[in-house]
Design a protein around this ligand. Structure first.
Ligand SMILES: Nc1ncnc2c1ncn2[C@@H]1O[C@H](COP(=O)(O)OP(=O)(O)O)[C@@H](O)[C@H]1O
Ligand SMILES: [Mg+2]
Length: 285
């Protein structure tokens, strides 16, 4: 049974004229890692909020269609209930830290759902370990870097032990070191078989993780295919103003100039393998 089922979802924000999402349907199996891309205003954040029940419970509008998360109809379950099944990490999650130290930030939501003390302790240690912040646990978030703060935000969401995680441009406000720190955690979650929806505008980063990519444009789902198939579809990508990975663009150029390339590379490693193959048997002068 799929863990995410979106059926004919149409959503119009209160007072908006046009729907932000129109007739969107897709499903995801447990453990799938799905990239979500599209130009600004395409509806990515709206979809993320719908997947986590924020729409329709906290952000209002007219919602048609159904979303089931682990079999739960999001309309019929409160957001607090859904947070133990699906977590949402926002771009500015780090700006929303409330507490005076990292530990409290993680423990507070767990106390709110009245978990036993031992269970809270167990989860605290587990997530601090996962995001590599054990040593900084008593620090005020003020003293942390952007990447560390975003990892605290991530840890407090993961402490709810959701099986599904939605990341909405969660690294876009970070410096390169911060991006790597957060992506390391994402990589660990993938290894642990979590189901992940990743909104990401850096295609190089998407390639590292996503098995499949859903493309939104003006509220509609315009494609839903393997990462390779989407990222080598230069025509579609350029129509919506998204650049493929640089190595893919270079190989596409070579291909257009008559060098036959069977499978376009997405990553640097695939690019190097391709060059080796193309250069085989030719003297390099
Ligand atoms: N709170 C809101 N009220 C009305 N319209 C909104 C609201 N938030 C977003 N929108 C509109 O919904 C559409 C989709 O926005 P969004 O989901 O934020 O797209 P993306 O995340 O892909 O950039 C846009 O046209 C945007 O202007
Ligand atoms: Mg957005």
């Amino acid at each position: 049974m799929p863990v995410i089922e979106v059926e004919d979802l149409t959503f119009t924000y209160r007072r908006a004229k046009e729907p932000a999402l129109e007739h969107v349907s897709f499903s995801a199996e447990e453990g799938e890692f799905i990239g979500l891309i599209g130009p600004t205003g395409a509806g990515k954040t709206t979809l993320c909020m719908a997947l986590t029940g924020i729409i329709p419970h906290t952000v209002f509008g007219k919602m048609q269609g159904t979303i089931r998360i682990a079999g739960m109809d999001t309309r019929e379950h409160e957001v607090v209930e859904l947070t133990s099944v699906v977590g949402l990490v926002l771009q500015d999650a780090q700006a929303q830290l409330l507490m005076t130290d990292i530990e409290k930030e993680i423990v507070f939501p767990l106390e709110n759902i009245a978990l036993p003390r031992e269970e809270i302790g167990r989860r605290l240690e587990a997530v601090l370990n996962l995001v590599h912040l054990e040593e900084l646990r008593y620090l005020h978030p003020f003293y942390l870097s952007g990447g560390q703060r975003q990892r605290v935000a991530l840890a407090s969401i993961l402490a709810m032990e959701p099986n599904i995680l939605v990341l909405d441009e969660a690294t876009s406000e970070l410096d390169p070191v911060g991006v790597e720190e957060v992506l390391d955690v994402v990589s660990e979650l993938k290894a642990r078989g979590k189901t992940v929806i990743l909104v990401e505008h850096n295609m190089e980063e998407l390639v590292r993780f996503a098995d499949r990519v859903i493309v939104l444009d003006r509220g509609e789902k315009i494609a839903d295919e393997s990462t390779h198939s989407i990222l080598t579809n230069t025509e579609m990508l350029s129509k919506i103003g998204i650049y493929p990975p640089q190595i893919t663009s270079i190989a596409t150029r070579l291909h257009e100039r008559g060098i036959s390339i069977e499978k376009l590379p997405l990553s640097l490693n695939e690019g190097i393998a391709l060059l080796d193959m193309l250069m085989e048997g030719r003297p390099i002068s």
